[in-house]
Design a protein around this ligand. Structure first.
Ligand SMILES: Nc1ncnc2c1ncn2[C@@H]1O[C@H](COP(=O)(O)OP(=O)(O)OP(=O)(O)O)[C@@H](O)[C@H]1O
Length: 256
């Protein structure tokens, strides 16, 4: 059994079958790619796995536990967290505050409780701040920690998304288009960060339309089409697979 094990996942939206029985496995220690033409169901897999959208049927097992139907916060606490294609968080708060908010949240705590100041929390706040500074520096955001999140460049916003995920102390991060709209230099830096985080024991499942990035970063690569798992292998293997080429024909071309 892998770190993440998705079995026979189904999800319908008003008659549109977004997921038609997806099976996929993410092995620990990998940066696994998840690709497929527009509408293949990739984001819906992320939403069902992380508890944002309940699946109609099927199961999601993470780190040996059946997490199907769990609430997102509980899934995050179990060590599985996601980023969003459009950066979330609090644009008017500083980068440091955005990071701290994620580190401050503890099991059973609401956001407002986490923010409420009590003497007992002083020590913990200092600890979370220290951790947030370390995560920020680690991601080359050290010089912008006090800037508003809204002032960051597109690539820095992507790094902040990754940083917020790291603050939850995850085992697996699901990344939704981590380099979309990012300039090539910063995209390479993001890729380097992901590789070194993976070396330190964090696994990744990555949706990305930039095939050069998938080719360099991901092994294995899982291909979805029409709500199902279509193929899996190294990038070279899936690129040579006729079923994969057919799935992309007339839909989305390989982007670079
Ligand atoms: N909340 C929703 N309501 C209605 N239909 C939805 C919803 N979410 C997804 N769908 C539909 O489910 C199908 C799969 O969408 P999904 O976004 O998962 O695909 P995707 O592979 O992530 O596509 P893309 O690469 O374009 O982001 C599409 O037909 C989409 O329109």
């Amino acid at each position: 059994m892998g770190l993440l094990d998705v079995r026979n996942l189904h999800r319908n939206f008003y008659g549109v079958q977004a997921l038609a029985g997806v099976d996929l496995v993410v092995e620990p220690g990998t940066i696994t790619g998840l690709i497929g033409p527009n509408g293949a169901g990739k984001t819906t897999v992320f939403n069902c796995v992380t508890g944002l959208v309940p699946p109609d049927s099927g199961s999601v097992t993470f780190d040996g536990r059946d997490i199907t139907g769990w609430r997102p916060e509980r899934i995050t606490q179990a060590g599985l967290v996601r980023t969003f294609q459009i950066a979330r968080g609090f644009p008017r708060l500083s980068v440091l505050e955005n990071l701290m908010l994620y580190g401050a949240r503890q099991p059973g705590e609401t956001l407002w409780k986490a923010l409420a100041w009590t003497r007992d929390q002083a020590a913990r706040e200092a600890e979370v701040r220290e951790r947030a500074v370390a995560v920020g520096r680690r991601l080359n955001l050290g010089h912008v920690l006090n800037n508003a999140a809204s002032d960051l460049s597109g690539g820095q916003k992507k790094l902040l998304e990754i940083g917020r995920a790291l603050m939850t102390d995850p085992k697996l991060i699901l990344l939704d288009e981590p380099i979309a709209g990012v300039n090539p230099t910063l995209a390479n830096q993001i890729a380097d960060h992901l590789r070194s985080l993976c070396d330190e024991g964090i696994s990744f499942l990555v949706i990305e339309h930039h095939m050069d990035m998938i080719a360099r970063l991901c092994d294995p690569v899982i291909v979805m089409a029409e709500g199902r798992h279509l193929a899996q292998g190294s990038f070279a293997e899936i690129a040579a697979d006729e079923r994969v080429q057919d799935a992309y024909m007339g839909k989305r071309r390989w982007a670079s």
